[in-house]
Ligand binder design. Structure first.
Ligand code: MG
Length: 360
């Protein structure tokens, strides 16, 4: 029986984590449920999981949330997820990490603190779960290269003129994955794929030169690892987040979860180069990742502010990248070895982004 603390229980990953729990009540026990602010949803979940500790973010108590758990599923969205990840590590709990911002913004701190306390960080992101599976669940498996697949999002074939006119509603129509609004827009800009390269860099200790990407519109191949002899091992399956969520909790054991892939029914799988020239957010993410320090935190904070403005219909799609670029140019870079430095960079970048957005 695994005792689970679920942070971010009302979002897309949180909801699917609870689906996994419901499917295997004999294996999983929910000991705490934390959400952002949806008290009504939280109360309803409290009736279903009567002995769970319940809290909204403003009343979060780390000792009570993580005290009785074996694993903390960090599914909170955005920069806020980093403080939960660090609190879980400090409590000495294994982390099933769905919040990629924890590694994008605080990768150095998260990996250092986890190593110091012997805490394992298990990926929930589908690409990183695929890599973990291809590496036989071992971080010390020697590999040549990691390749992340990308669906390409809803605008894969759009021209620059078309991209200038797309709306939030268009961006939220993801072709293969059902996810929250923020990450769906990040998939449309390919910022999400840039985040995932940074995430892979921290999780698997790979230099950026050894992490590649390929567009794969069907989202059946979830990522690949290339080895010294030329062999590549990929993980395949229908796009269904319950699989990586469940595996993060049970690996190396596998339990029934999702329908088995019917390759003949799928018919064809396609692969093409990632069109970085039409999606500048991807290149900005790689630049920030290579620059290191607080640059990825600046990237993320400006991205969060810009996507919020785009979802509200206040700015055009290309202004997301422009806002991020502006913040990266304005906010001074510093080392990101301490949480306070990352938090300050986050605040400064939000201010820079808001100023930029206000002027649009
Ligand atoms: Mg992903």
């Amino acid at each position: 029986m695994q005792r689970i603390a679920l942070i971010g229980c009302t979002g897309s990953i949180g909801t699917q984590t609870l689906d996994v729990v419901r499917a295997h009540r004999d294996r999983f026990h929910v000991v705490s449920l934390v959400c952002g602010s949806d008290g009504a949803r939280l109360a309803a979940l409290g009736e279903e999981f009567p002995d769970a500790y319940l809290a909204t973010a403003d009343r979060f108590d780390a000792a009570r949330a993580f005290g009785g758990c074996d694993v903390a599923v960090i599914a909170a969205g955005g920069f806020a997820g980093l403080s939960y990840t660090l609190a879980a590590i400090e409590a000495g709990k294994r982390v099933a990490l769905a919040n990629k911002e924890s590694l994008v913004c605080g990768g150095e701190i998260v990996m250092r603190e986890a190593a110091k306390r012997g805490v394992e960080i298990v990926p929930v992101d589908s690409e990183h779960s695929a890599l973990f599976q291809a590496l036989s669940f071992r971080r010390d498996t020697p590999f040549e290269r990691l390749v992340l697949t990308a669906s390409g999002g809803p605008f894969l074939h759009a021209t620059e003129e078309e991209l200038a006119r797309v709306t939030a509603k268009d961006a939220l129509r993801h072709p293969t994955w059902r996810m929250g609004a923020k990450i769906t827009v990040d998939s449309a800009t390919l910022l999400n794929k840039g985040y995932e390269v940074i995430e892979a860099r921290w999780l698997y200790g790979a230099d950026f030169s050894r992490i590649g990407t390929v567009v794969h519109p069907e989202s059946i191949v979830h990522s690949l690892v290339y080895f010294a002899d030329g062999a590549a091992i990929a993980q395949l399956g229908y796009p269904d987040m319950r699989v990586p969520i469940q595996l993060a909790l049970t690996y190396p054991e596998r339990l029934p979860c999702a329908p088995q892939l019917d390759l003949a029914a799928v018919g064809a799988l396609h692969f093409l180069p990632l069109p970085a020239e039409r999606f500048p957010c991807f290149g900005l993410a790689l630049e920030a990742g290579r620059a290191g320090g607080t640059a990825p935190a600046v990237l993320n904070a400006a991205g969060e502010e810009a996507v919020r403005a785009f979802l509200a219909g206040r700015i055009a799609f290309p202004a997301i990248a422009e806002t991020i670029r502006d913040a990266l140019e304005r906010v001074p870079l510093s080392p990101a070895a301490e949480y306070a430095a990352v938090e300050e960079a986050d605040a400064r970048a939000r201010e820079a982004a808001r100023n930029h957005l206000y002027a649009i």
